[in-house]
Design a protein around this ligand. Structure first.
Ligand code: SF4
Length: 292
């Protein structure tokens, strides 16, 4: 991929983007695509989407500014990850390899994250192991399907992607933002929370904020492109990505292939989930714009 000529970025962002483009990684390509789509989305919002009609500051948000926002979010996310995993003592995180108390919490993903995880698994596991993990994900999805999010938290079920022998994530390099954003300042509090879902755990709010922004940018871009942008339950979404033929292509084509995995649909029952999520999205837009 090349940087389009009209993709007007400051020099440091352009340099970062060139690095991103040269990395042979699906997620990285997605972030680049997200940056471009986010820019397009913001431009569309300013001009064409009456459903999200609220005052924009001054002129319509320039496309390059929106793109730079998304790119900055990506670069920030990478920097925060380096801070976390390159020098954990600097920020005081207690997170270490083999410590996985948080992997008993439900995880939210966007569709592309489930698709990426499924692709990673099929690219790294032998067919027999792939079959085994698909069966495990399917069984767990059936068990959790009748539960609300609160009930899922209280059930304290380990993520099906956690290797229970050494407590490591099988898909660590492509773990979703919900996992990347969770860093604890107190390992003992995490251990307590595994037995008591009401126990408080001091977590890194900055890290959460950064990953939230990246996720938001991607959701905004997907919304504008008419592609499903809803928050999904990782188990249910992964089941779909693993078992539905051509799930990725169909999702990209605008098909509602991940509808059954919408966490909001499970939780909100009588509210049309698409309307409710649109409200959430609108308030996120307002936040972005208020932050300048
Ligand atoms: S995806 Fe990996 S990091 Fe996230 S909850 Fe599952 S095992 Fe843990």
């Amino acid at each position: 991929m090349n940087i389009p000529a009209n993709f007007d970025l400051p020099p440091h962002a352009r340099k970062a983007l060139k690095g991103i483009l040269s990395a042979p990684d699906l997620n990285v390509s997605l972030y680049y695509t997200a940056a471009l789509q986010y820019a397009t989305a913001m431009d569309l919002l300013a001009q064409e989407i009456p459903a999200i009609a609220f005052p924009l500051p001054g002129d319509a948000l320039p496309i390059r500014r929106a793109a730079a926002l998304a790119l900055t979010a990506y670069v920030l996310a990478e920097q925060v990850d380096t801070l976390l995993f390159g020098a954990p003592q600097r920020r005081g995180h207690h997170c270490r390899i083999g410590c996985a108390f948080c992997c008993w919490l439900p995880v939210d993903v966007l569709a592309h994250e489930a698709i990426t995880i499924a692709a990673f698994l099929s690219g790294t596991l032998a067919p027999a192991k792939m079959e085994k993990i698909t069966q495990r994900v399917t069984a767990l999805d059936e068990r959790l399907a009748a539960m609300s999010s609160v009930e899922c938290i209280r059930a304290q079920v380990p993520c099906p992607l956690l290797d229970l022998e050494d407590m490591t994530c099988r898909i660590y390099t492509v773990r979703p933002h919900a996992c990347r954003q969770y860093a604890s300042f107190d390992r003992d509090a995490c251990e307590r929370a595994l037995g008591d879902p009401d126990a408080a755990v001091p977590t890194d709010i900055l890290l959460q904020l950064v990953h939230d922004r990246v996720t938001m940018g991607i959701a905004v871009a997907l919304y504008a492109l008419g592609i499903d942008y809803h928050t999904l339950d990782i188990v249910s979404a992964l089941r779909i990505a693993l078992t539905e033929p051509d799930a990725a292509e169909r999702w990209l084509a605008g098909e509602d292939v991940f509808a059954a995995a919408r966490r909001s649909a499970r939780e909100r029952g009588d509210v049309d989930p698409s309307e409710r999520d649109l409200e959430d999205l609108q308030s996120l837009f307002r936040e972005i714009l208020a932050a300048g």
